[in-house]
Design a protein around this ligand. Sequence first.
Ligand code: SAH
Length: 477
Amino acid sequence: MKKNDKIQLTITDMGVNGEGIGKKDGYTFFVKNAVIGDTVSAVITKMKKGYGYAKTLQVLTPSADRVDPPCPEASRCGGCQIMELSYKAQLKYKEQKVKNNLERIGGLDMTSIEFLPIIGMDKDVPLHYRNKMQYPFGRTADGHVVTGFYAGRTHYLIETKNCPVALQGDEKIRQAVCTFAEQNALSVYDEEKGTGLLRHLLIRRGSATGQVMVCLVINGDELGTLDLERSFVAALKAADPAIRSICLNINKEKTNVILGKTLRCLSGELYIEEKITCGKEPLRFQISPLSFFQVNTAQTERLYGTALSFAALKGDETVWDLYCGTGTISLFLSKSAKKVIGVEVIPAAIEDANENAWLNGIDNAQFLCGKAEELFPEAVLQENLQADVVVLDPPRKGCDARLLDTIRKVGPEKIVYVSCDSATLARDLKILTGGADGDNTDSLRLQNYTVKKVQPVDMFPHTVHVESVVLMIKTEN
Ligand code: SAH
């Protein structure tokens, strides 16, 4: 078999990026646009030793789990990878993905762990759940300014309208921005040359408050003259009166990181508000453009609810919320803890966190700005601060080994790990359970932990991503 050969095969599994997996003549093929249960004809795009890659030409017998995707761009757009799979099958796939990673990468014995069924959204086809969208700018062949998405693994722009996973209402804003750009001859950023002004349109919404933020990411310091910026604000407000905050983000770097560090407010405040209810009372959160905030508010309430129930605080604990973002989990925890200390590396998020504590009248939460792997060891090993419970919610790359070692040296009673990448989660659990070495260089005795419960939560329907909450307690020696 070689490149460009046509093959026919049945898909028996799905890989971590949502690709179909099937066998042909002893070779494993990773097949684009095929779902588990399909029989497809496909063309080989690459051959390696023992395995290859292929692209579906035709679905010969569709899987019982194959559905008509609720988006015309589903197979091209890089945003959603498994939209052609029924939601029920998506959930099963995600559950399996977490289990496999914990077993294969984490080396965990799943028979001794309470692995809870995944918490999905309450809809057969969940749509319109994302409260934050970042649309890159581009131009059509005939020169019109458009916003859209990149095709999977490329920087080729597809003009998508009415993205079905975004909260509704973006279309009129996208249209107003593109019309304004054309009328005022604003240039579009060219990634290769590093020239042109308009890079991304960021829209953030408070799904519980209805507040909208529009942030234009530009390769320059201003949109144009002050008058032009004023008329931009007027055009946006005319398009959608719910817009509370309009700002510019300056990103002059030749990078595919979307946001730069500098912001300029054009109208309103540099933040919007969102409410999250976990338990009885909702808490209010101020969110600024550079701060991380969970994108699916309905599922966030369930995610945080799980983290809180796993922490099962009694009221006398000092809790560390490492990677705390705008202090969301910390503030919920603070209701039933003696004290919560949140650590976060982005200064704007720490400002939001302090503001959020104040907004909600909470005085037993404190926020520190810095790297968790530096601040936590200093605080607990050098300054001897108490740590009864540690909550971890790192970005996809997981925790730094230095942090994991410090936790094992200090030995808090419980660890609640909230993870958006089950592969790095599994790697970190292997260290915390004593199954792998971190980078311990001294002779302090290290505490091992036992994984008690795992709860996957689906925050991102139609994508391959899955969130998990893990409860660990000290292993008894
Ligand atoms: N718990 C929060 C945020 C989770 S996202 C919530 O649910 O909203 C992860 C956060 O970790 C981001 O805010 C990111 O800025 C922060 N972060 C990334 N690397 C970090 C590090 N080394 N130390 C502390 N925070 C870090």
